[in-house]
Design a protein around this ligand. Sequence first.
Ligand code: FES
Length: 90
Amino acid sequence: MFREGERLFAGFVVRRGEAVFGYVDVCPHAGSPLANPVGRFLTREGDLILCAAHGALFRIEDGVATSGPCAGDRLEAWDVVVRDGVVVTA
Ligand code: FES
């Protein structure tokens, strides 16, 4: 869990080469956490973020849902950067 002001949230980071993409772990469809029971956030192919609740798929690079019940909606971004090889939150 992370804190932003008074708000606590869970977040996750996807790394693609040198780029990292952080999101709050809440699906815009029904507010469920995205990960499946073993903590996996990505499709089997690793090319999209998958919501385990109802199957929405999101692009890694911008969090936009490409299919599923919230197609067109977007994951809430969480600002993260790589500093000296370590992922840190802004
Ligand atoms: S809660 Fe994610 S698709 Fe329904």
